[in-house]
Design a protein around this ligand. Structure first.
Ligand code: HEC
Length: 168
């Protein structure tokens, strides 16, 4: 191949990479239905401790639900970490999880399945749905693909980098 045709091939490859690089956000990696189901489950499980805004706890009075409204077991767990619960949205969360894959996040969330028992939930799909909801609050757009335990998209390629999560 001549030098010139190599350069042409190289240019064409970069165009393909640029175009396909934008695709995931257009398509989304979870469906609106998954995020909606995830929200309902989140609020009964993780949300008890990680709060309804997903911003975690630092012991501030405005955090919802109030610690005093939780079960004895939940209160003890939170108190054993000095009343602090890490956020599942926003800058601090994305610094920790942005470079990981969606599948790794689902796997980590699976460890928190203990909180399903108290909420009277049993299904495993709930963890995937909760992950979809967490993506949505972190600014990711829903699409037609379903999130699965094998979704290998990088978290930060889906979330917005604004660091201002919102629960609507
Ligand atoms: C009873 C309170 C409680 C419940 C319910 C709970 N968590 Fe947590 N979670 C904590 C506390 C406290 C920590 C910090 C200590 C630790 O890492 O174990 C934590 C840590 C985490 C972390 C690590 C954060 C990081 O950035 O490394 C993740 C992820 C997480 N929880 C997700 C969840 C998910 C998802 C659910 C629901 C399925 C959930 N948690 C339910 C209290 C809770």
């Amino acid at each position: 191949m001549t030098h010139k045709s190599l350069v042409t091939v190289g240019l064409m490859c970069s165009v393909v990479i640029l175009v396909s690089g934008q695709e995931p956000n257009e398509r989304g990696i979870f469906t609106p239905a998954q995020a909606a189901a995830g929200r309902a489950k989140y609020e009964k499980t993780c949300g008890r401790c990680h709060t309804l805004t997903l911003m975690g706890r630092e012991g501030k009075p405005e955090e919802r639900p109030p610690v005093s409204s939780l079960s004895e077991a939940d209160q003890q767990f939170i108190n054993s970490f000095g009343g602090r619960v890490p956020p599942l949205a926003g800058e601090v969360f994305l610094q920790r999880w942005g470079s990981k894959t969606a599948a790794e996040l689902v796997a980590r969330f699976q460890d928190a399945k203990f909180s399903f028992r108290e909420a009277g939930l049993t299904d495993d799909e709930g963890i995937v749905e909760i992950t979809a909801y967490v993506f949505q609050v972190n600014g990711a757009r829903a699409g037609t693909q379903r999130l699965t335990r094998a979704t290998d998209a990088i978290v930060s390629s889906e979330t917005s980098n604004l660091g201002s999560p919102s629960v609507r």
